[in-house]
Design a protein. Structure first.
Length: 253
């Protein structure tokens, strides 16, 4: 119990600091998240899973703990980022007239998403990918800082999700509603999101065409959907543990 309390205290400080740095320090954001376009670096947040390894180390950092975690994009991947790496938007998307730099990219297949990740990873020399179902659900719930909300960030769907009731059936730019406890937006509703479960592509989360009362059901169903789909997008993750030395200073691998 004492060890878990210490970990939570350490992670509260580290996560708060990382959130602030991700917002105001583009140089650090470049080092930690890596995803970039011609305009800016993509906003990401580090999610602590709570799994730790206590080690005895003789290296110069005197590492005491290795705490597992991953970076996740704070919003769904946008059309301008897709176009920056893939050089064009899907014809199905442009034909639907749902085009805008800050709108979520949709109408893409799993194979196209994998190709997109490959282009990013060549550029930044990291391994960004779709989240697993477990990673996505953990981030959705607020991770170690979860307040137990019904939806991702609130008990009221209109505060955190675009649906039929408040969104006119048109996807919105990310970050316009309230973020969850980790600073992540739109996991309850805007466009649904691709994740990976046992090697299969499934879809989690609500979308702009859902009724608010069905949003939590979309999290529980884990039903496989046909892709591409104009109401299905995605966000990305990058696994990266944090190391804590005997002075409680943090280092990333």
């Amino acid at each position: 119990m004492k060890k878990r309390l210490l970990i939570c205290i350490l992670m509260f400080g580290a996560t708060t600091e990382l959130l602030a740095q991700n917002t105001v320090n583009p140089i650090l954001r470049e080092f930690t998240s890596g995803i970039e376009s011609r305009d800016c670096f993509y906003h990401t947040v580090w999610v602590c899973t709570g799994d730790t390894i206590e080690i005895d180390s003789t290296d110069k950092y005197n590492i005491k703990y290795v705490i597992d975690g991953f970076w996740i994009t704070c919003t769904e991947i946008t059309q301008n980022y897709w176009e920056w790496y893939m050089h064009s938007l899907p014809d199905a998307l442009t034909n639907l007239a749902m085009v805008g730099d800050s709108l979520p990219i949709t109408c893409v297949s799993r194979a196209e998403v994998d190709a997109f990740c490959h282009q990013i990873n060549i550029s930044v020399k990291q391994e960004w990918r779709l989240p697993t179902r477990e990673e996505w659900l953990f981030a959705y719930s607020g991770g170690l800082f979860s307040e137990g909300y019904t939806y991702s960030g609130s008990n009221h769907p209109d505060y955190v999700a675009w649906t039929r009731r408040n969104g006119s059936k048109i996807p919105k730019s990310g970050g316009l509603l309230i973020a969850n406890e980790l600073g992540i937006y739109d996991m309850t509703g805007n466009v649904a999101e691709m994740v990976v479960s046992d090697g299969k592509t499934i879809v989690l989360g609500g979308n702009i065409d859902d009724e608010p009362k069905t949003l939590d059901e979309n999290i529980k169903d884990y039903a496989e959907h046909s892709l591409p789909n104009p109401l299905v997008g995605f966000r990305l993750v990058f696994h990266q543990p944090i190391r804590i030395n005997k002075y409680n200073e943090r280092f990333f691998d």
